[in-house]
Design a protein around this ligand. Sequence first.
Ligand code: GDP
Length: 193
Amino acid sequence: SAEVVLVGRSNVGKSTLMRELTGHTFDTGQRPGVTRQPNHYDWNAEDFVLTDLPGFGFMKGVPDEVREEIKDDIVAYLETYAEQILVAVLVVDGKAVIDIIDRHSGPDEIPHDVEMFHFLRDMGIPVVVAVNKMDKVPDRDERLDALCDRLGLLPPWKQWQETIAPITAKRGSIDPMTEAVRHHLHEQQRDDL
Ligand code: GDP
């Protein structure tokens, strides 16, 4: 069945967002690396499945090889189900994402978030970047423009509202994300006609 997937580094607020979207309670701040399997939920009244993929990237107390396995599993899942995945939501921490990307950018290194963004697009899956924790970001426009720049999208970010969705999951203010996702769902339904 039609599916929307959530991906993101650990601790970006993916569980908090899942709780808002599904009404289920999730263990937030769960021991990282414990959730290893994709989990499927109904997105409230919407007619598709929401899949929570394990968090990737650095996790305190999780060995490198486990981290690599987790990432390989995520990639394998996305490759296997690409046909039925309508939209991917890449959740990032708005407060930290630019620093993390810049710290991991180099001649031999692509930051996880940037790599995942391009990987999903290369597979033909529309991506919504849910920029979470915006309550902690004072220089909102600057930060979102910088993120566009790092993802290869020409700023200003306001041109990319179907892709860049600033949210504060903790307070339930997630409308930019749900609107962006709906936009892509409608586009695809139109293509199917
Ligand atoms: P996950 O590891 O990605 O599932 O992240 P969690 O949902 O467990 O959240 C990690 C931490 O970020 C928790 O302490 C949350 O309370 C916090 N958090 C989640 N969303 C927000 C938000 O919108 N704003 C702020 N300031 N903190 C948040």
